[in-house]
Design a protein around this ligand. Structure first.
Ligand SMILES: NC(=O)c1ccc[n+]([C@@H]2O[C@H](COP(=O)([O-])OP(=O)(O)OC[C@H]3O[C@@H](n4cnc5c(N)ncnc54)[C@H](O)[C@@H]3O)[C@@H](O)[C@H]2O)c1
Length: 336
């Protein structure tokens, strides 16, 4: 199947690399407003370059569009892609508002095209293993969870492009970085029903937040605390998720959440826990999440089924982010 990337900036490289590694996939075309950015893809993949998105969409050889532009532009591009009957892979966050998100989901449904959202951290070996442990019931009833993203994004990061750190096109630490971890929490713990949050712009000269702390109550009664920041000195400090159950406590973490930090489970020997930890440490990144999501949409098209990470999944993660923002602004606990 033939892919085409729109937006040839930072994340496009991961999409192109994934396409190269998938049997039966080709990067047919690329599109960016800045011509020079397309050159590496023309040279390495033989991709056709386009400076105009709609012209690219008219190419009948293209099956799937990978939307890798600033977050605030996802909706308009996705709607157009659907109109031209192209399947869609959209980077996280799916969009910046619920209204934009519904437009994307409806356009895909009305035009009968598949829609996948890139929440790649689900496919890290440690994240998959944690999902398996939670699903096995070995932790017993879960009381609460703790999710931490204490990272560093210096002012230079936000100054790279005018869209970064803006409320309309990017958002702050929650929308841009911690949405990965929120997606994991939702995938692990189910339906969120209430949120409460505080945020602030402490150090960076941006419109959106660089520090955020919030709480989610899930339908099951589980309470999760989410603490995120991009202000940490001098570099990324910690990304972790800890799940507390009546029969077990499990923590994944590291500067990136790639490892098991603790596996304390009733009836599990230290040797068994160590074996699980070491099996992850052998290859902590595993197959890149982008590659899994891209190859999955090809299968979803062939089998006419939903992709592995759906538009609705992207919408749920976004709704938690937006309700955190609203709760912080209105100083209120919100029911979702
Ligand atoms: N999944 C992940 O781990 C991950 C990581 C980083 C970024 N992202 C997401 O990827 C998206 C892009 O982020 P980035 O860091 O690559 O941004 P970037 O600024 O590096 O690249 C964006 C590119 O899009 C181009 N562009 C903008 N509007 C366009 C249009 N209408 N038509 C054609 N080209 C257009 C720009 O010229 C630029 O080259 C964001 O939504 C971001 O949240 C996801």
């Amino acid at each position: 199947m033939n892919f085409a990337i729109v937006g040839c900036g930072f994340i496009a490289k991961k999409h192109a690399e994934a396409i190269k590694n998938i049997k039966g996939a080709k990067l047919w075309a690329v599109c960016d407003k800045v011509s020079e950015l397309m050159q590496p893809y023309v040279e390495e993949h033989g991709a056709e370059p386009y400076t105009d998105f709609e012209t690219m969409l008219q190419n009948p050889n293209i099956d799937i569009i990978n939307i890798c532009t600033p977050s605030g532009s996802h909706a308009i591009l996705a709607e157009l892609a659907a109109k031209y009957k192209k399947h869609i892979i959209v980077e996280k966050p799916i969009a910046m508002t619920m209204e934009e998100t519904d437009r994307i989901i409806n356009a895909a449904a009305e035009n009968n095209v598949k829609l996948a959202v890139v929440h790649p951290n689900r496919f890290r070996p440690v994240a998959l293993k944690l999902k398996e442990i939670i699903q096995s019931g070995k932790l017993g009833k879960i009381s609460h969870a703790l999710c931490i993203v204490n990272w560093n994004r210096g002012q230079h990061y936000y100054d790279q492009a005018p869209w970064r750190g803006t409320k309309a096109f990017d958002g702050g630490v929650l929308m841009n970085q911690a949405i990965h971890n929120l997606d994991l929490l939702l995938w692990y713990l189910g339906k969120p029903v209430e949120v409460m949050s505080m945020d602030a712009t402490r150090f960076r000269d941006i419109e959106a937040e660089d520090v955020s702390t919030g709480v989610i109550r899930f339908e099951t009664g589980i309470i999760a605390t989410v603490q995120a920041s991009t202000t940490v000195y001098p570099r990324n400090y910690e990304e972790s998720i800890t799940i507390f159950g009546e029969k077990g406590t499990v923590k994944i973490g590291g500067t990136n959440a790639l490892y098991f930090k603790d596996i304390l489970i009733e009836g599990m020997s230290d040797a068994e826990a160590l074996e699980i930890k070491e099996s992850i440490e052998k290859n902590p990144w595993g197959t890149p999440g982008h590659q899994i999501i891209l190859s999955d949409i090809m299968e979803a098209i062939k089998q006419d089924r939903q992709p592995i990470v759906t538009g609705e999944d992207g919408k749920t993660a976004l709704s938690v982010v937006l309700n955190f923002y609203k709760s912080a602004k209105e100083k209120k606990l919100l029911t979702l």
